[in-house]
Design a protein around this ligand. Structure first.
Ligand code: ZN
Length: 210
């Protein structure tokens, strides 16, 4: 939703509601963990009110532990925190799950998959950042494919059910290859909202990966 037109938020939400998209992906930025500030609870309240699909909330913030309850109240189905922002990741994940949300862990481009080895079984979703987080509309980092393969083999080795989500620079050129390499969830922002017909763009992406 970072790439949507906030002046027409309600109509942007209904477009997604009526589209083939499965989830709403919401990037919350604090201007500290990432150099940008996106939005906070007032926008989340509007999303909660009008969306008819699960809210996949991506916290790009420091001290995410302070906000876990808040985002549960705001209707998050998936709550993703950054590996780089959590000192006690295991505890954070348990708290998210105890509030009936799926626990996601996002990793920045410089963070290796091996960092997740001892905790992968606890994680419902790993979000691989395929751009440096902070802004929409950046270009895709090619080494992401290898990272997906490494993560998939770790998941298989540990017999875990963790989903692999790719966030950043997803478009109709790379979507199929991402899925073939093992991705389960693709986040598309600018590619959808900046296209001439967002509903059709979502349908196209959806047909490429299903
Ligand atoms: Zn995101």
């Amino acid at each position: 939703m970072l790439a949507c037109d906030f002046g027409n938020l309600e109509s942007e939400i209904s477009m997604i509601n009526d589209s083939k998209a499965d989830w709403f992906h919401i990037d919350v930025m604090d201007g500290v963990f990432v150099p940008n500030i996106s939005f906070g609870t007032p926008i989340m309240n509007i999303l909660k009110k009008y969306t008819k699909k699960p809210l996949d909330v991506h916290l790009m913030i420091i001290n995410p532990d302070n906000y876990i309850e808040k985002f549960a109240e705001l209707g998050s189905s998936v709550l993703t925190v950054h590996f780089e922002a959590c000192t006690h990741l295991h505890r954070t994940i348990q708290r998210i799950k105890s509030l009936n949300m799926k626990a996601g862990v996002a990793i920045n481009p410089h963070t290796p998959i091996s960092s997740l080895e001892s905790i992968i079984k606890e994680i419902d979703l790993v979000c691989i950042m395929s751009v440096n987080p902070g802004f929409g509309g950046q270009s895709f980092i090619e080494t992401t494919y290898q990272k997906i393969k490494n993560l998939k083999s770790l998941i298989n080795k540990r017999n875990s059910k963790t989903l692999i989500e790719i966030d950043g620079g997803v478009n109709s050129e790379n979507a199929k290859k991402l899925i073939e390499n093992g991705a389960d969830v693709l986040v598309a922002g600018s590619f959808v909202f900046k296209s001439e017909n967002p509903t059709n763009t979502i349908s196209t992406l959806s047909s490429l990966i299903n």
